[in-house]
Design a binder for this molecule. Structure first.
Ligand code: ATP
Length: 615
């Protein structure tokens, strides 16, 4: 909260935050919630009951009556306090876990639910995700679950305060406002301290995320190779140290300042409580009030202070998570999102895709990657897209898949803007192997069947797709066949080579084609495959793709030449289009690129062309 916040608005924000946290308790289920409420009420009754029991006990001791009943009452009060505390811990743990689990599931749903990926690439959005997720590893000690329970505790304290206040008021009414005022000030000071810490803490996620990049690299076997070869260990440690210092150094001065001012709270507790104790003790010594009543008043006075002894950290940190969640919803909500038109449905065959004057600039970048690009992908054709590194080939595919919206122009399928079709319906017709495909640490069969999570796994289609991708041979050598987890870190799992992983990704995309997709996009699908495997894969792909259209991006021009049509992307536009023979005859950039690769092969530099491929 800023120092300029109007007090009324601050109070209502404060109440709203607390109410919002309290409402999260409904997520824990009725049984558990009822149990927690009972424990809270019982716990709240303890201070006043103990005070009354002490007064009663002293009265019996002074008057010489039997002390059994008051002793039993006192013991009951104390035991109830202990029993409540013992039961509260595991139940509170369970309740917090349920609230946090649901909160994190909602966060994941929110992040996964955005149609495009542009917002997720922004560091500020990643920092919001980290704050909102409140993982214990990010040093957050106030998850929404802890915050919700803190509100229940607060209600318990308010009840305890009322009970202790009544007992104290029965003896010395003036002591109640005196202690209450001091307790409120102490509470407010603690709250301000929490907010000061939080203000600095807000800047921690970004540098600590940067530190995580390097600490993960140091312990990961993949990055570990380069760390060792390039001797990056000490350098990475220095980076981690630097980022952690940037994150946490600003916290120390705040903590030092807070520590130096602790005397104020000390005096605020000591002085009023001392005054009340002194007056009550002197009065009782002079026979002004029965010792029993005085003793009850003393115990109630301490209970009154205890009722204010909550730590604001849990509430402040939990509120920070909720606010980060809200901001994340706004950020992801601002991402380009067009309501799709329910009357527009994609056809069932391979679509006629058109890029009409498409322009694209990545968010936050001034570089125009695609500029007034026109391109047609005809139903059933095998279209190859070639171009230099950075020409925008992968970007073109990301736009086609609806992962970004064009900044100009539009992309249509059978004449309908793909934005009107809606991402789910359109992506159901599409299957893509990205350059940076994902290696799921799951059994081989699941790795392939994830190509279409919308249908029940079809093992015949999995086997067929694996055959087309040349993966069946790899699977036959796995210790547990299709059930083998593809990660050595899993029990019975194995690690695959880079090329074998590429065959898994290819099989996944081919599985999608076998289960309904009609446009297959392959972005450098065979870069890691040896020449023979690559040739086999393409022969099978040509034979088994059925009526599906294929867009192939590749730098291997020996592969590309088999395409029905080849287009060259340069300067954000398609500058050449035709068959291999037409483009070679035209003598343009494609012909020059092909000739360079062919010459390299002839000189023995490259294995990418076969002798028979040369023109
Ligand atoms: N997420 C991103 N944010 C900002 N700029 C990006 C992003 N991804 C790519 N670019 C930029 O867009 C341009 C085109 O990149 P793209 O990956 O589409 O090229 P490409 O033709 O597929 O290259 P390659 O053949 O090397 O795979 C490059 O200049 C790149 O720096």
């Amino acid at each position: 909260m800023s120092s300029r916040t109007v007090p009324g608005a601050a109070v209502s924000a404060f109440a709203r935050d607390r109410a919002e946290l309290l409402l999260r308790l409904t997520w824990v289920g009725p049984g558990l919630l009822a149990g927690l409420i009972v424990l809270t009420v019982l716990g709240a009754a303890v201070p006043a009951s103990a005070a009354v029991a002490v007064g009663w006990l002293i009265d019996r001791l002074v008057t010489g009556g039997s002390a059994v009943a008051p002793l039993a009452a006192y013991a009951l009060a104390v035991l109830t306090g202990h029993a409540v505390a013992a039961a509260r811990q595991p139940l509170g743990y369970l309740a917090a876990a349920r609230v946090d689990g649901r909160h994190r599931a909602e966060l994941s749903r929110l992040a996964a639910g955005s149609d495009t990926i542009g917002a997720l690439e922004r560091p500020d959005v990643q920092a919001l995700i980290r704050t909102a997720r409140a993982d214990p590893e990010s040093f957050m000690d106030g998850t929404p679950g802890a915050g919700a329970l803190a509100q229940l505790d607060l209600i318990g304290r308010a009840l305890a305060l009322a009970g202790a206040g009544v007992v104290l008021a029965a003896y010395a009414w003036w002591a109640v406002p005196l202690l209450l005022a001091a307790a409120v000030v102490v509470h407010q000071l603690r709250w301000d301290e929490g907010r000061q810490r939080r203000r600095v803490w807000r800047h921690v996620p970004l540098p600590s995320m940067r530190a995580d990049v390097w600490s993960d690299a140091l312990v990961s076997p993949a990055e570990g190779k380069e760390v060792r070869i390039f001797g990056l260990g000490d350098w990475a440690l220095e980076r981690i140290d630097g980022h952690l210092r940037a994150a946490y150094d600003p916290l120390w001065p705040v903590n030092r300042r807070i520590l130096a001012r602790q005397w104020r709270q000390f005096l605020l507790v000591l002085v009023p409580l001392g005054v009340v104790y002194l007056v009550v003790a002197v009065d009782a010594a002079r026979g002004g009030a029965p010792v029993a009543v005085a003793a009850a008043a003393l115990v109630a006075g301490a209970g009154l202070f205890d009722a204010f002894a909550d730590s604001p950290t849990a509430t402040i940190n939990a509120t920070t998570c909720l606010r980060a969640f809200d901001r994340l919803r706004d950020e992801l909500g601002q991402a380009p999102h067009r309501e799709h038109n329910p009357s527009c449905t994609p056809g069932s065959g391979p679509p006629l895709v058109r890029f009409d004057g498409v322009g694209f600039t990545y968010p936050g970048s001034g570089q125009r990657v695609l500029d007034d690009l026109d391109l047609e992908v005809r139903p059933g054709e095998l279209l190859a897209v070639v171009g230099a590194n950075g020409a925008g080939k992968s970007t073109l595919i990301k736009l086609l898949a609806g992962l970004y919206e064009p900044t100009a122009g539009r992309i249509t399928a059978d004449g309908v803007d793909i934005a009107d079709l809606g991402p789910a319906a359109w992506r159901g017709r599409l299957s893509v192997v990205f350059q940076d495909f994902v290696r799921y640490y799951l059994p081989a069969a699941e790795n392939v069947a994830l190509g279409n999570a919308a249908v029940a796994p079809d093992l015949a289609a999995v086997a067929g797709a694996a055959r087309d991708a040349g993966l069946d041979e790899v699977v036959s050598r796995l210790p547990d066949g299709w059930h083998t987890p593809l990660a050595r870190t899993r029990t019975g799992g194995v690690d695959l080579s880079g090329g074998q992983w590429q065959q898994v990704a290819l099989a996944r995309a081919l599985y999608a084609v076998r289960t309904g997709a009609r446009l297959l996009v392959l972005d450098e699908p065979t870069a890691h495959l040896d020449v023979r495997t690559e040739r086999d894969v393409f022969d099978r792909l040509a034979a088994h793709r059925g009526d599906a259209s294929v867009i192939l991006i590749s730098h291997r021009l020996s592969t590309v030449r088999q395409a029905d049509r080849i287009v060259l992307l340069r300067g954000g536009r398609i500058t050449e289009s035709g068959t291999h023979e037409q483009l070679m005859a035209a003598g343009g950039e494609y012909a020059a690129m092909f000739t360079v690769q062919a010459q390299r092969f002839q000189r023995g530099f490259d294995d990418r062309l076969h002798e028979g491929d040369l023109t």
